[in-house]
Ligand binder design. Structure first.
Ligand SMILES: NC(=O)c1ccc[n+]([C@@H]2O[C@H](COP(=O)([O-])OP(=O)(O)OC[C@H]3O[C@@H](n4cnc5c(N)ncnc54)[C@H](OP(=O)(O)O)[C@@H]3O)[C@@H](O)[C@H]2O)c1
Length: 260
């Protein structure tokens, strides 16, 4: 028996990196899985990767979550094909990498917030209004936040701000939706091994690992396990929580390689 037998889940950004492992987790635990990438090509590439991981039968729908008309169209498909939704995982993110504050075009800030904040908001609103409020099983939402909402990283102003906004949105939604039986929580990862790590020199990987009290970044599977816990009845009395999963990084005042 799987943890999510009989459940229907939507995972945004389920086509790449951490999202692939979240998709795999729900599939292996028995859920009917819908996922989206931002474009037809990236979504189809995700399906190919999943098939190589032994994950088949995933319903992949291209959807730019920052575009309300595309979000509505994705929910039309879920309504037609599944007729219900039990779990939403807001994993899609714009990483907002490589723009120092002094050079950052305000339009770029809106682009990052458009995916991470507006995207999470409007996908959640569709899930709640179109499914959760009408169903006996009221539904669960898990956001992917980041430990950078609390302790910032350099040259990522828009991204850090978006993750702080997600944490506040999780708490606000918990208040509004808790009385309706809908739970909203977040997992806040630190370092996760993704395809971006494949391009890093070994020395940089080692320094990052030394800066983790557990001496290792998370795998996609580590994050998927936390997401699954927050989506399951094992967390049935939790809402409005931000669960950090960062190998202990946010416990420390100074990373080990500069500590004295
Ligand atoms: N990696 C880390 O170390 C780390 C640390 C802390 C928190 N997190 C958070 O954990 C989550 C997963 O991280 P990750 O590193 O695996 O992410 P990632 O590699 O940057 O992948 C982002 C995913 O979001 C999708 N996406 C981006 N813009 C979209 C849009 N407009 N509409 C729909 N989908 C969109 C991407 O789809 P496309 O393929 O179509 O672009 C991709 O599947 C994110 O929320 C991230 O912020 C990650």
């Amino acid at each position: 028996m799987g943890m999510f037998d009989g459940k229907t889940v939507l995972i945004t950004g389920g086509n790449r990196n951490t999202g692939l492992y979240i998709t795999e987790k729900f599939y292996r635990e028995g859920a009917q899985v819908f996922m989206c990438g931002s474009t037809p090509d990236s979504t189809a590439a995700g399906v190919e990767k999943l098939e190589k991981m032994g994950v088949s039968g995933i319903r992949a729908i291209p959807c730019d979550v920052s575009d309300l008309s595309q979000v509505r169209a994705m929910f039309d498909i879920i309504e037609k094909e599944a007729g219900k939704l039990d779990i939403l995982v807001n994993n899609a993110a714009h990483q907002g990498i490589g723009k120092p504050f002094v050079e950052m075009d305000p339009e770029y800030v809106m682009e990052v917030l458009g995916v991470n904040v507006r995207g999470g908001f409007q996908v959640t609103q569709q899930a709640v209004n179109r499914f959760f409020l009408k169903q006996e099983s009221k539904g669960v939402v898990v956001f992917l936040s980041s430990n950078t909402a609390q302790r910032a990283i350099r040259n990522r102003t828009a991204y850090c701000a978006s993750k702080g906004a997600i944490n506040s949105m999780v708490k606000a939604l918990a208040l509004d939706l808790g009385p309706l039986g809908i739970r909203i929580n977040a997992c806040a990862p630190g370092y996760i091994y993704t395809e971006r790590w494949d391009t890093l020199p070994e020395e940089k990987k080692s320094r990052r690992r030394l800066n983790c009290p557990l001496r290792h970044e998370a795998s996609g599977g580590d994050i998927a396990n936390v997401v699954a816990f927050l989506a399951s009845d094992a967390s049935s009395n939790m809402t409005g929580e931000i669960i950090t999963c960062d190998a202990g990084c946010s416990c420390q005042h100074m990373p080990e390689d500069v500590d004295c």
